[in-house]
Design a binder for this molecule. Structure first.
Ligand code: ASP
Length: 280
């Protein structure tokens, strides 16, 4: 059993040690709760649980406390991939919901598994996900000041390996901040979130770079073809160099290898394989 979670990149924490500490504490708490949950739940159930806890923390850019887009609205994207059934589901740019990852979970059993915008919101309402405003005063303050350096502050993700040896990945984001309405984040694509029976990956960073590198699916494919998770991740990150890609990933392979990589060393993440450890 292994669990790894991330809280994205954090530009504000470079100057604000208090926020950095708060994020580390939140990750420690959530990785512990997630690991406990994993003892009696599957990888896919645990990935959803851990990401929903991260969404509920206003420290991260997912669910409550997500960043505001250029037109003043918050739009959320999230995806789930079950490495056992090989099903991918997600929501793109859904408004006025609390936990987009739970809507992605609901969609996992449907034929149509990735919904966007109004269709995603209508589906959510029909399935009991009520109105919720994820805005916080802090995000409104940043938006009003149009702080360009507030980008990249904390998409969330989780990768889990359960007692049965099955893998799952879940990722959730409020986007990169101040984007053009309609912009699609990598988080609800197979570039940002991917899993199969061999490996599972959750990404954060600049969505356009992550999609250009087809990051999560490329790493998983390389592991499937026999590479170790660390080599597969490093090789794929090398391929981001020509575009100066900005990205970070967490991953687990079916052999139990856990790996993290980032192009800039200020991603926040935590793992639990019996003992909880927080990095950054
Ligand atoms: N990858 C997300 C996006 O581009 C942002 C992030 O990870 O912080 O929408």
């Amino acid at each position: 059993m292994k669990l790894i979670i991330h809280g994205g990149f954090f530009s504000e924490s470079l100057t604000n040690q208090e926020i950095k500490k708060a994020k580390q504490e939140a990750l420690t708490e959530i990785v512990k709760l997630g690991y406990k949950y994993l003892e009696s739940h599957t990888a896919v159930e645990t990935a959803v649980y851990a990401v929903s806890l991260l969404e509920n923390s206003d420290l991260f850019n997912a669910g409550t406390g997500s960043q505001i887009q250029s037109d003043g609205k918050i739009r959320l994207s999230a995806a789930l991939m079950d490495g056992k059934s090989l099903r991918f589901s997600g929501v793109i740019n859904v408004e006025e919901v609390k936990n987009p990852i739970c809507i992605a979970e609901k969609l996992l059993t449907y034929d149509d598994r990735v919904l966007s915008g109004k269709g995603a919101k209508d589906f959510a309402r029909q399935n009991g996900f009520g109105y919720y405003n994820p805005e916080t005063p802090q995000r409104r303050k940043e938006y009003d000041k149009k702080l360009s350096d507030s980008i990249r502050i904390g998409t969330v993700g989780c990768v889990a390996l359960d007692v049965f040896g099955d893998l799952a990945a879940a990722t959730s984001t409020g986007g990169k901040g101040f984007e053009i309405p309609g912009r699609v984040s990598d988080s609800a694509t197979t570039a940002g979130n991917y899993a199969n029976g061999c490996a599972a990956i959750s990404c954060t960073g600049v969505g356009e770079d992550i999609v250009s590198g087809a990051l999560a699916s490329t790493i998983v494919t390389r592991v499937t073809d026999g590479m170790s998770l660390s080599l597969a991740t490093e090789k794929t990150f090398n391929e981001l160099k020509p575009i100066n890609g900005f990205a970070g990933v967490i991953g687990i392979s079916s052999t139990g290898e856990i790996y993290h990589a980032d192009t800039y060393p200020y991603m926040v993440w935590a793992l639990h394989d019996g003992e909880p450890l927080v990095f950054q």
